[in-house]
Design a protein around this ligand. Structure first.
Ligand SMILES: Cc1ncc(COP(=O)(O)O)c(C=O)c1O
Length: 389
């Protein structure tokens, strides 16, 4: 029985070197980093080393790195924290985002509008799922306090023009946040030069542990914390930091950044073959590549299949030993049309048929050939089931 994991956009296995780096922080250095004694100091030393490693990789300062509990929490802290601080400081009541954002950003923005009376502009995207910098510019108002646009979309892999949008935000004196949760490991960051004020990262997307997130917060930016208490993380995120996971986050990020060229070469070879093979194996009237053909994540291949249910496809692929996704991980099990596929202008015959493959370091060309060879029969079978209903 085959067992092929092609869902690295949802999460990844933890790298053996990451596990090795974390272990002593459960067994030996288990002190609370806030404690003043030897055990506390040992934990605090490890935590600050991890913070420094991440800061160096981002070309940032250690004080600009906040550890959170997951990617969603990083997004929540950035968006809600910046808007609450803006209101408290009289800096504006309006935020701009896009319809293509992950729910961690979009739902936070909608909550700010619906429960806290902020003004919200949600920008559209083009057929490739990309936000237009011109649309961002047109939406800017004198009271705009924050623009948040993701670096790359999880469901269709589209890279966003964050450099241009960030530069524009800076010209207008508006904060810019980007959710880089899908793109962090395959992008070279230089926060000293990039016009990004807040950057969200989730280590479980690049062979780190689940249960830890990273938020870069440019020096001098005030965030009002929604997790109040003991004032850890410089008052930005109270609660005892998960030291072992912070160590694992730093190790995973260091490996991702140092092995980036090899990983990207491996991913793109597999991804390009997957895209070409699938578009050849399925009749062109029944399938479209979603997202941009070139401006897309290196490990990401996504499609929409006509008149099919992505969930049925996933179920049959699972039975054939292939783990894939129909969109973002959280959407699996939800038979409703994908809002993202609607946003890029696909009609109702396509919007339930999303299919996402995200390759990883351990995948082989044989895995990809198996997926290409297996999919056509599954598409036929699922199509027949839909017709008979
Ligand atoms: C783009 C993006 N943002 C945010 C998240 C949420 O991250 P987490 O699941 O770590 O909370 C995800 C997870 O899939 C994502 O892909």
């Amino acid at each position: 029985m085959k067992n092929i994991y092609l869902d690295h956009g949802a999460t990844t296995p933890v790298h053996p070197q990451v596990i090795e780096a974390m272990l002593p922080y459960w067994t030996d250095y288990y002190g609370n980093p806030s404690s003043g004694h030897a055990y506390g100091r040992a934990a605090s030393f490890g935590l600050e080393e991890a913070r420094r490693t991440i800061a160096d990789l981002l070309r940032a300062q250690p004080t600009e790195i906040v550890f959170t509990g997951c990617g969603s929490e990083s997004d929540n802290l950035a968006v809600r924290g910046a808007m609450w601080a803006a209101r408290a400081n009289g800096l504006g009541n309006h935020l701009i985002t896009s319809c293509i954002e992950h729910e961690a950003v979009l739902e936070t923005a909608v909550q700010l509008r619906d429960y806290f009376d902020f003004d919200l502009t949600i920008l559209p995207v083009d057929e490739y799922g990309r936000v237009s910098p011109a649309d961002v510019q047109a939406a800017i108002r004198p009271d705009t306090a924050l623009i948040t646009v993701m670096a790359a979309n999880n469901e269709i892999g589209a890279l966003q023009p964050i450099q241009e949008i960030g530069a524009m935000a800076r010209d207008y004196g508006i904060l810019f946040h980007t959710d880089a949760i899908q793109a962090a490991a395959t992008t070279r960051w230089n926060m000293g030069e990039m016009p990004i004020d807040l950057l969200s990262i989730a280590p479980h997307k690049f062979y780190g542990p689940k249960g830890v997130g990273i938020l870069y917060v440019r020096q001098g930016i005030e965030l009002v914390s929604s997790l109040t208490g003991g004032g850890q993380e410089d008052g930005r995120r109270s609660g005892t930091v998960n030291v072992a996971f912070a160590i694992g986050a730093a190790k995973a990020f260091a490996l991702a950044q140092s092995e980036m060229a090899e990983r990207i070469a491996h991913y793109t070879t597999l991804r390009d073959r997957l895209i070409q093979g699938i578009l050849t194996a399925i009749p062109p009237e029944d399938i479209v590549l979603t997202g941009h053909p070139v401006q897309r994540l290196p490990h990401h291949a996504s499609f929409a299949l006509r008149h099919l249910s992505g969930n049925d496809l996933l179920m049959h692929m699972d039975m054939a030993g292939i783990s894939a996704s129909s969109g973002s991980a959280c959407k699996t099990g939800n038979p409703k049309p994908s809002p993202i596929l609607e946003d890029i202008g696909l009609g109702a015959e396509w919007t339930t048929g999303g299919l996402r493959f995200t390759v990883g370091t351990q995948n082989t060309p044989e895995d990809i050939e198996y997926a290409i060879n297996t999919l056509p029969d599954i598409v036929t079978k699922v199509g027949q089931i839909s017709l008979s209903l």
